[in-house]
Design a protein around this ligand. Structure first.
Ligand code: ATP
Length: 388
């Protein structure tokens, strides 16, 4: 197994635009790191540079401390697991797993031993005579990983392996890959544009935007302490709500005037807004609740705002309540800039609130909306940095 280190890696294609721009990342031996970001952010390019399928424009790529910029893919001894698993339909499971060993001209007895060891580990022993068409999606994935295991690759590199599967199978496969990776303890780098996969699979997640690394952190840290607007908006579903707000000082203390009402700034966040006239408040949908669902103690932890729900989506275990807010001109500007920052087409002047399934909130009716303001984030509207 191996550690993988990227030092100031840059990739420019022929057009000269940096598809990967000064990325530095340390992947420890045995670690499972996810590269995530929207389409075109450079994650596949980065993976292909690690494995040696793409030239590196500048920077150093190290495997176990050895510089491999010019090394051939074969010398790097990394195994790529692709989207379509790249299985041979006419070969049995045994022969599919054995394929790299046959290429390496191992003796029949060695091939047999290695394939049987790998298939025992992958619980494929009972299916060795089957063809890929007669396997479940999960089993096919395991065959693809079996091939990487028999090669005794130092690391597994996954390029969106689940993106062609339906949602249910994707969920199962996610669990399977995660368990297997932990069992094998093999260094793994996994590319996806799906934030749920990123959050559930990895030890650490590297978020990329337009070739630039935004934050590398554990899933929990990304969720609780996003470094900037982009990461905050990308991680979490539905996405974090961003509200333009002006800062004012009142007799009661510092307050942020937002389109849903005046929000008192919690003591530990006061410094974030100091000296700034306009900020962006970040509130995840799950920080909200129908105030009538809460006991007094819980209510007192946050603030309550009178509001009107415009639309409700009932999901069974919870509901999403949508609250439109008035858009003044300054807010319109901010929302356009914010949409660009988040790589989104447009942002509506709207808040999404997660309400409990029992809430009787109905469109057009008044609702006392509770917000856990102690968890709010405050962002610099110019730089996008999280100030809290
Ligand atoms: P996706 O999720 O859509 O696969 P990605 O994050 O993996 O996207 P890359 O495929 O790495 O992104 O592409 C990064 C950028 O580099 C994009 O702007 C893309 O158009 C450009 N690019 C990728 N491959 C080439 C190439 N062979 N020649 C020129 N430009 C390329």
């Amino acid at each position: 197994m191996a550690s993988i280190t990227l030092n100031n890696i840059v990739k420019k294609y022929d057009d000269g635009f940096p598809a990967v721009n000064d990325v530095s990342l340390d992947i420890a031996d045995g670690e499972f790191v996810i590269l995530v970001g929207p389409s075109g952010c450079g994650k596949s390019t980065l993976l292909r540079m690690i494995v040696g399928l793409e030239d590196i424009t500048s920077g150093d790529m190290m495997i176990d401390g050895r510089r491999v910029n010019e090394a051939d893919p074969k010398e790097r001894n990394l195994a790529m697991v692709f989207q379509n698993y790249a299985l041979y339909p006419h070969l049995t499971v045994f022969e599919n797993i054995a394929f790299p060993l046959r290429l390496a001209k191992l003796s029949n007895s060695e091939v047999d031993q290695k394939v049987r060891e790998a298939s025992a580990l992958l619980e494929l022993d009972d299916h060795l005579d089957r063809k890929p068409a007669n396997l479940s999606g999960g089993q096919r994935q395991r065959v693809a990983m079996g091939r990487a295991i028999v090669r005794e690759a130092d690391a597994f590199l996954f390029d969106e392996p689940l993106s062609n599967l339906d949602a249910k199978l994707r969920g199962q496969m996610r669990a399977e890959i995660s368990q297997l990776q932990r069992r094998l303890g093999v260094t793994s780098v996994y590319v996806t544009h799906d934030q749920t996969e990123a959050m559930t699979l990895g030890d650490r997640v590297a978020v990329l935007k337009k070739g630039v690394l935004q934050q590398v952190a554990s899933p929990r840290e990304l969720y609780e302490q996003p470094a900037n607007l982009f990461v905050a908006g990308f991680i979490g579903s539905p996405s974090m709500n961003f509200l333009p707000a002006t800062h004012k000082e009142t007799a009661e203390g510092h307050v942020l005037s937002s389109p849903i009402g005046d929000i008192p700034i919690p003591q530990d966040k006061a410094a974030a807004a100091l000296g700034r006239e306009i900020v962006l408040i970040g509130l995840r949908p799950e920080f909200f609740e129908d105030a009538s669902m809460l006991d007094d103690a819980k209510r007192a932890q946050g603030s309550v705002f009178p509001s009107t729900i415009s639309h409700v989506e009932w999901l069974g275990h919870e509901q999403y309540g949508y609250i439109d807010y008035e858009q003044d001109e300054r807010v319109a500007d901010r929302l356009t800039a914010l949409a660009q920052e988040l790589d989104a087409d447009e942002l509506r002047p709207q808040v999404v609130a997660t309400l409990s399934a029992e809430s009787l909130a109905r469109p057009g009716q008044p609702l006392d909306l509770w917000v856990d303001t102690s968890r709010m984030h405050i962002f610099d509207p110019e730089t996008g940095d999280n100030l809290t």
